[in-house]
Design a binder for this molecule. Structure first.
Ligand SMILES: Cc1cc2nc3c(=O)[nH]c(=O)nc-3n(C[C@H](O)[C@H](O)[C@H](O)COP(=O)(O)OP(=O)(O)OC[C@H]3O[C@@H](n4cnc5c(N)ncnc54)[C@H](O)[C@@H]3O)c2cc1C
Length: 320
């Protein structure tokens, strides 16, 4: 059986912290340990709300050095908290920063790190057992962490947060001698037009290399306007052709709209990984054998240059 029974959770994303607490509570109860949350930053507020979501104890490291993300001070703070909580299990939100951090924390603790875990349980030997999405989410692998503390990263929405309840606990401020970050952030800027709010969009119409010229994207714009949709694209359209700023897929945005309309997109595994959670996928592709059709609820085998104007016209007529 696991010697260390406590669970420590951390993410810089508060919503994800609540989801980690939901899972962490179940793991701590099963192991017979306590659930610790860790908050890092400068000017931290609202630590107490975490008790209602399952935490027994909240560690806070509030330091100007943590105002912006830097691997070295963040890693030091997590290690300090881990030293105090003696966790058998450490769950870290699988954001970009969380993934960078988790690997380094695990290395410093001389243990492994299971990434992108969508299911977690403690097996009969007290080890952490995880189901992970692999190959861009097309398969699920089951892994068991051998060494304590078991470290896992967890993506957003993998677990539910608990309904808040009137619980209380202890907030403990940790005084950590933090190292300086080795990377200096010279400037931060708000995202401009690239931030399309794709993640929360209920309807997305998306362009692939089936579009021959940038100007042809007006066909997509017209459809987007008729549907009240956001526009997305595949990686080559953004990264190679530079027609849009951001793309959807394993290395881009992950989306979960009610309706995703894929226009001139082949449906490679890398793109599919980003749209898998869409409720309804409609594909328009001139090739009958394009992979996108296999994952679509509705397939139109046809030329986007004729289908898109017809579709837009029909929607406009319907909507009035
Ligand atoms: C490490 C790595 C990470 C990657 N990450 C991503 C990612 O996050 N997101 C992503 O999208 N890609 C990603 N890629 C790229 C990915 O492998 C594919 O190259 C890309 O998804 C293909 O984009 P596409 O469907 O637009 O183009 P293509 O594969 O070229 O497909 C174009 C499609 O358009 C159809 N078509 C052509 N003309 C018409 C027409 N007139 N009417 C209708 N259909 C037409 C064709 O039949 C074809 O199916 C990644 C690759 C690597 C190596």
């Amino acid at each position: 059986m696991s010697v260390c029974k406590n669970v420590l959770v951390y993410s810089e994303d508060r919503e994800l912290v609540l989801q980690l607490l939901g899972k962490g509570r179940a793991l701590a109860d099963k192991a017979g340990g306590e659930l610790y949350a860790l908050l890092l930053g400068s000017g931290i507020t609202g630590a107490g709300e975490l008790f209602g979501y399952g935490a027994d104890m909240v560690y806070v490291v509030d330091d100007p050095k943590l105002a912006q993300f830097g691997l070295e001070p963040y890693r030091a703070a997590v290690l300090e908290a881990a030293g105090k909580a003696s966790p058998g299990f450490i769950l870290i939100g699988a954001t970009k920063r969380g993934k960078e951090l988790a690997a380094r924390v695990a290395a410093a603790l001389d243990t492994g790190c299971m990434t992108e875990c969508v299911r977690l349980d403690i097996d009969g030997e007290g080890k952490l057992r995880a189901e992970r999405l692999t190959y861009g989410g097309s398969t699920i692998s089951t892994q068991v962490s051998k060494r304590e503390p078991h470290v896992a990263t967890v993506p957003a929405r993998a677990f539910e947060k608990l309904e808040p309840s009137p619980r209380s606990g202890e907030v403990i401020e940790l005084d950590v001698d933090l190292p300086d970050a080795r990377v200096k952030i010279l400037e931060t800027r708000e995202k401009g037009k690239g931030d399309l709010g794709l993640e929360n969009a209920p309807v997305i119409v998306s362009a692939g290399r089936g579009f021959k010229e940038q100007g042809d994207l007006r066909l997509l714009e017209e459809l987007a306007e008729a549907l009240g949709a956001k526009m997305g694209c595949t990686r080559p359209v953004a990264a190679d052709l530079g027609w849009m700023d951001e793309w959807i897929g394993i290395s881009g945005r992950k989306v979960a709209p009610k309706l995703y309309v894929a226009c001139g997109i082949s449906g490679t595994i890398q793109h599919a990984a980003g749209i898998r959670d869409s409720q309804i996928i409609v594909s328009i592709n001139s090739s009958e054998t394009a992979n996108i059709h296999d994952m679509s609820d509705y397939s139109i085998v046809g030329d986007i240059y004729t289908v898109l104007p017809a579709l837009t016209k029909a929607i406009k007529e319907k909507v009035g």
